[in-house]
Design a protein around this ligand. Structure first.
Ligand code: PLP
Length: 398
């Protein structure tokens, strides 16, 4: 997945453009910047790549989720439905606005189970946030129907699925608002960065202002601009945007390398009895950033991971006891370990996590093995790796 593996002269050239004129900020300083507007150029490229009308770059993927929710008016006391399997950023971004994360089960897509979403809806539900984990996606039609029926905002976190598609549309462009991360380990990187993507002009204008202290960005005198509403600072810098500009142009190349590597690994495992693959919804095409497969139970997946480690097969994980990606070890959330007082609404709103269990999620995450697909592997390296993985799994099962 990580674009940083192929950092090149293309990225260096874009960064040098910025260093030559010294304007490290994305707004203003028109005269000094000698025509270089890296953030603006990157927004235009991303709009084309993600086939969306509007793109607002921000400082991170976490910021993108928070800005997206804020731009659509989600705030204090609102419930946002999200999956048990994601990155901690999902609930962080929700809680930053004083909203309440409502965690629900995933299914064999490793993303939100539409039935679990429907069951979790209450009068306080404001939004459903799907997270397209590990390069693939949820049943987007089913989730869209639920959101339409209950008049809910639909947010799409596509941070880990850059380049995947559903029924011909880029992931991240399907729901009301999409969110991307370009942190250092994502498919394309800015070093740090993120984007809010939408076809809704009002949400876009809100995101544009909110992510820059409420600046309305009218005219070319920053100090004279007005502030129609309160904002914050989630700006990206020109240096970070410059790296992303080179990377987004290389996305088709990155995806084709991922697809080649993924296919070699998948084919090597496909015929092993007991190995099954995650479900990709009809009409979906993965970004090939990860290969995800299931073994019969938690014990066997843990054994295989252990054997992978001993035999030098890196970058594969079982997420059951992972600190960052699965509900099981999120005790800081369950116990509300906050540096500062949390509002009464959120405190009470999170109490369900003290007792709620997620058997269905445990069933899928316990049996799952997730392998990162690297861009830097040669074809010969991937083939050797595939053979080794197949041999290890067979030695444990057959
Ligand atoms: C990486 C990631 C984020 C957060 O992105 P940052 O840029 O690191 O803040 C959010 N959601 C998912 C699913 C991610 O993988």
């Amino acid at each position: 997945m990580p674009g940083f593996e192929l950092f090149s002269d293309l990225e260096r050239k874009e960064v040098n453009d910025v260093l030559d004129n010294g304007v490290l900020m994305r707004y203003g300083f028109d005269g000094m910047r000698k025509g270089h507007w890296k953030a603006k150029e990157l927004e235009a490229e991303l709009a084309t790549t993600f086939q969306s009308k509007h793109v607002q770059l921000v400082s991170s993927g976490t910021a993108a989720v928070s800005v997206a929710l804020a731009s659509a008016g989600v705030g204090a006391g609102d419930e946002v439905i999200m999956p048990t399997f994601t990155f901690v950023a999902s609930f962080e971004a929700i809680m930053m606005l004083g909203a309440i994360p409502i965690l629900v089960d995933i299914d064999d897509t490793l993303t939100l189970d539409p039935k679990a979403v429907e069951a979790a809806i209450t009068p306080k539900t404001k939004a459903v946030m799907v997270v397209q984990m590990c390069g693939s996606m949820a049943n987007m039609d089913a989730l869209q129907t639920i959101c339409n029926t209950h008049n809910l905002l639909f947010i799409e976190d596509a941070c880990q699925a850059i380049g995947g598609t559903y029924k011909g549309k880029p992931l991240g462009s399907i729901a009301d608002i999409g969110c991307f991360s370009f942190d250092f380990v994502k498919t394309i990187t800015c070093g740090e960065g993120g984007a809010v993507v939408t076809n809704n002009k009002e949400y876009y204008i809100n995101a544009d202002h909110y992510s820059d202290h409420g600046h309305d960005h009218v005219g070319n005198d920053r100090g004279a601009e007005t502030h129609p509403f309160l904002g914050y600072n989630f700006r990206i810098s020109e240096l970070h945007a410059a790296v992303g500009l080179a990377q987004v142009r290389r996305l088709p190349e990155f995806i084709s390398i991922q697809k080649r590597n993924y296919t070699i690994l998948r084919n090597a495992l496909a015929d092993i009895p007991g190995v099954t693959f995650r479900t990709v919804p009809k009409g979906g095409e993965e970004s090939y950033a990860f290969l995800n497969f299931f073994l019969p139970d938690l014990e066997s997946s843990q054994k295989v991971i252990e054997a992978f480690k001993v035999n030098g097969v890196d970058a594969c994980w079982n997420y059951y006891q992972n600190n960052w990606h699965y509900i099981k070890e999120w005790n800081h959330l369950k116990d509300q370990k906050s540096l500062f007082p949390i509002s009464k609404e959120v405190r009470e709103g999170l109490e369900y996590l003290q007792t709620k269990t997620f058997e269905q999620s445990d069933h899928y995450i316990g049996r799952n093995i997730s392998c990162l697909i690297k861009l830097s592997w040669t074809e010969a390296e991937v083939k050797a790796r595939a053979e080794k993985m197949a041999k290890i799994i067979k030695s444990i099962f057959l």
